[in-house]
Design a protein around this ligand. Sequence first.
Ligand code: HEM
Length: 423
Amino acid sequence: MSDRQLATSIAVGKVVLGWFRLLDDPGAMLIRPSQAIDPYPHYERIRARGKVVPSKLGMLLVSDHELCSAVLRDPAFGVAPNKEMGQPDLGMDGLVNPLEDSFIFRNPPEHSRLRRVVSPLFTPRAMHERQARIEAVVEDFLDQLAGRDEFDLVGEFAARVPIKIICDLLGVPDAEHRRMIDWGTTLAASIDGMGSMAQVRELRATLRELNDFLSARIALRRAEPNDDVIGHMLAEGDLTEFELLATSGLLLAAGFETTVNLIGNGVLALLSNPSVRQRLVDDPAAADNIVEEILRLDPPIQYTARLPLSDDARIAGRVVPKGRAVVLLTAAANRDPSVFPDPHRFDPDRHNARDHLTFSSGVHYCLGAGLARMEGAIALRALFRRFPDLRLGGTVQRRASRAVRGPLRLPVRVTSRQPAAIA
Ligand code: HEM
């Protein structure tokens, strides 16, 4: 497809979307990015229409927890890159897009072969060994904020922690972190589809830079082997250059574009729930369930999608025709009242908070879930311990995405304290 055809296709897509929004189509309401919109009332409207709701845009929307979970675990359904979901071909000229070309968008057996290469790096034991390092990174960034009265919690803390951790894993030097943030923001925004040719061009430029950068890292690791993630992939797996680029790019993007929002959404939730915030600081044992409740109530990834792989793919006993995309509204499933009583309430003692679908389910269950949970708990506890009076300091700016949810800018104020003198 030429750029001219692509521009036309994007423009037509916008008109069609606008038209279906006017008709109150539930699918169209999900797609168009708008940071102003609170998605949760919209999910409730979809839930009120039924467990499986067709959109005139061709997809089926599922908000029911049991059905979302069943589809995610069912081998009759699989993932498919955007182009197979009916999105226009973006003409990426052989560039590797980690969010399209990696194993997150591959079905078994290819998926299993690729995932198996990196999964040993994310075992509970491997995570446990990283705990002290994460605590040190968090304390270091908080030290750098000492003496400040106000700062942007996302740019100056929430984004820095996961970037540092994932870059450590991949052996990426600190000097490159700024570029990572920019690349990650562009990639995450692309999940919602392209809104303009300017966005397409930005994505191409980002992928070109990211591909060059990762190729250079891979070449360096070939010359100087070590045990970072790229070194591990080279030693363990029989991966092609394309697969190496896609897998390392996936870990990079998935490793921080999500966790930054867990921390950001967590801060917002705790600011609205002062007693929970106090408990987080006072009772280390409560931190894990509080993080689960944050993940349940305000997930960084709001939905995912699957396509039927066989003629017999069914939801609730009814066949789903081939080519019909199924959108699993995991953020809505997390508030399914039949699973989570009083679902909109932040309940730090909710016994089944961990049953949320924020990390998906089935073969694509998030590989970094353990790492994200640990980073979230360590970062939030340390932040509120260090700044007990942390409060909002301005207007929160949200990400312009429906699929990825979290603050882009979160100005906060604190009363910095001098460290207590040694008695
Ligand atoms: C709060 C933070 C995180 C959230 C909410 C999150 C969410 C998700 C979701 C929903 C999926 C599956 C998508 C689907 O089923 O279609 C996924 C997959 C994945 N995530 Fe995460 N993620 C987080 C953090 C991380 C971290 C820290 C890493 C570390 C590198 C990571 C790496 C991955 C990978 C590699 C996959 C692909 C798994 C597969 O396809 O087998 N994620 N994540």
